[in-house]
Design a protein around this ligand. Structure first.
Ligand code: ZN
Length: 254
């Protein structure tokens, strides 16, 4: 079966119990322990200081309430996508990560009828797989479709650290997702607002909501750092080659 991806290995244990029943069965929450991420969101978890026992109890309640809200916020899911982006960078891939959240809603009222659950996540694997379509959100959507046993992902939200390209935006239309949330805009190839605007093109048969700039600074920073380091490595390599060439010439003269 080829090389098994890290993220699949990571989630396989928590998702094994789902596959025991049926693919159509609503999957379990992959990241049920949000406390793992609590130290990464100081801005979202700022609680006013209260003095005394009552104040401490109130503060604890407020913290728990805000933490519960945070667990289902866009920032929380984007931080999961960012984790995948860091994993991509560690594997010398362009650092982009994505997460798909299943959030079933009542068709009439559009109210949530179950807690949102992470059903898949993926990182960019284009170099590693030598596959032009191995973008993070593409792989995450494929996995989500497999998990739910359907190509219609109408109750799914895609979180991705970089604005999707034309190919991935096309897949979002084809898979009928309800919403896409991205972090950093892509002025050179973004298809959800920057270069194209496919999400609400009236000529297409599906439209979906888009939110941009969620954790935008972090999503941009990781890309910026990656490309800066790559340019530096390129400069260093070119300089090393130049030194080697000049050394060869000198030795030939002698
Ligand atoms: Zn793409």
């Amino acid at each position: 079966m080829g090389e098994v991806s890290e993220n699949r290995r990571m989630i396989s244990s928590s998702l094994q119990r789902i596959s025991k029943t049926s693919r159509m069965h609503v999957p379990q929450l992959v990241h049920s322990d949000a406390s793992t991420y609590s130290d990464q969101k100081p801005c979202d978890l700022k609680i006013p200081l209260n003095k005394g026992a009552k104040g401490a109890a109130r503060q604890k309640n407020t913290f728990q309430q805000r933490h519960a809200i945070y667990q289902h916020s866009d920032e929380f899911y984007m931080n999961l996508a960012l984790e995948q982006a860091y994993l991509a960078r560690a594997n010398d891939e362009v650092p982009v990560g994505a997460v798909v959240v299943y959030a079933p809603r009542d068709r009439g009222s559009r109210k949530l009828i179950a807690s949102p659950q992470v059903i898949s996540f993926a990182r960019n694997r284009r170099e590693e797989d030598q596959d032009p379509k191995a973008h993070a959100e593409f792989l995450a959507i494929e996995e989500a479709s497999w998990r739910l046993g359907t190509w219609r992902l109408k109750d799914c939200i895609v979180y991705v650290t970089l604005e999707p390209c034309v190919m991935c935006a096309g897949l979002m239309i084809q898979s009928r997702i309800s919403r896409c949330v991205y972090g950093a805009a892509d002025p050179k190839g973004g298809a959800l607002g920057s270069v194209y605007r496919l999400q609400d093109d009236a000529r297409l048969n599906h439209s979906f909501l888009v939110s941009s700039g969620v954790c935008g600074k972090q999503c941009s920073a990781i890309l910026h750092d990656y490309f800066s380091a790559k340019r530096e490595r390129g400069k260093f390599k070119r300089k090393a080659i130049q030194i080697q060439k000049s050394a060869c010439k000198k030795s030939a003269c002698i």
